[in-house]
Unconditional design. Structure first.
Length: 287
């Protein structure tokens, strides 16, 4: 067999093996892998790369090396999932760097973390003042996780006791101009509904690059032609406006009538419609 052909075959097989090992081993971004995980994958890649061009290395020896390194990597990953003590030994535990708003200098020295690095990691978390930090921990992969003080945390709807609409995962129903039937079925919809919604937006399927159904059941689309403007949905804003119009009309009727019973009924209707408005507004304003 010609040398160039053997190199090509080895390289192709090595590429396939690397993909298979990587998929079995770990599914993490490079920035979230530990030094050990990165080292194991890099070692396997180096073995495959060298074995692809060093024809003097027998195939059997190359396979043994791959089996040992890949088996060790997969075995460590499996044991780490099954045993917390083993996981702590291999990857280490999170080390507090700040506690109760104070920097723990001794822990910084143990982790070889300089003040400049601490400030840089804090800035990466959008924290520019050390005084704003309540607690910070350095994870095994070198990432710094930060808990800011209560008064520095953003206000949430829960803090205000405000009701908000539940969030559903958006479903992509058109991709690259093709309809995806499974996401449509997940929402209990069909292609006829989709075509009707596209007609409302003066769009045809062939012109739609991507379309998604948001948490409120509204269809949003992106066209192949970036110069074309897509009209915004008006259904929920119209519902909000109609409810307010009904409330205003009922209040007017209540003021105009001289009948005490009718006035009382109109006021009761106003109260009921205001309750409806309070229940619906999280959905209409979220659009």
């Amino acid at each position: 067999m010609p040398g160039w052909l053997e190199v090509a075959i080895r390289s192709f097989v090595g590429f396939l093996l690397l993909i298979a090992i990587a998929r079995m081993y770990v599914r993490k971004p490079i920035g979230e892998t530990s030094h050990l995980e990165f080292g194991l994958v890099a070692s396997i890649a180096v073995i495959l790369a060298i074995g692809s061009i060093q024809l003097a290395i027998p195939i059997g020896h190359l396979l043994v090396a791959i089996l040992v390194w890949a088996g060790a990597a997969i075995g460590i990953a499996y044991l780490s999932v099954m045993n917390a003590s083993f996981r702590s030994v291999i990857y280490g535990k999170g080390i507090p760097i700040m506690k109760d708003g104070k920097i723990l200098e001794d822990n910084m020295k143990k982790q070889h973390l300089t003040t400049d690095e601490l400030l840089r990691k804090l800035r990466a978390k959008q924290v520019f003042q050390v005084a704003d930090v309540e607690f910070a921990v350095l994870e095994g992969n070198g990432e710094l996780n930060v808990l800011v003080k209560k008064e520095q945390q953003p206000i949430t709807a829960k803090m205000l006791n405000h009701q908000v609409a539940p969030i559903k995962e958006p479903e992509t129903v058109i991709m690259d101009g093709k309809i995806l039937t499974e996401p449509l079925a997940t929402r209990g919809l069909n292609q006829e509904w989709l075509k009707t919604e596209l007609e409302k937006k003066n769009a045809i399927l062939e012109n739609v690059f991507m379309a998604q159904i948001d948490e409120y059941g509204q269809l949003t689309i992106d066209l192949f032609n970036d110069k074309m403007q897509v009209p915004k949905s008006t259904e929920l804003p119209m519902l909000e406006a109609n409810i307010k119009s009904v409330i205003a009309s009922l209040e007017t009727f209540s003021l105009d009538t001289e009948n005490p019973q009718a006035k009382q009924r109109y006021k009761w209707c106003v109260e009921q419609m205001k309750k409806v408005h309070d229940d619906v507004s999280p959905f209409t304003k979220g659009n």
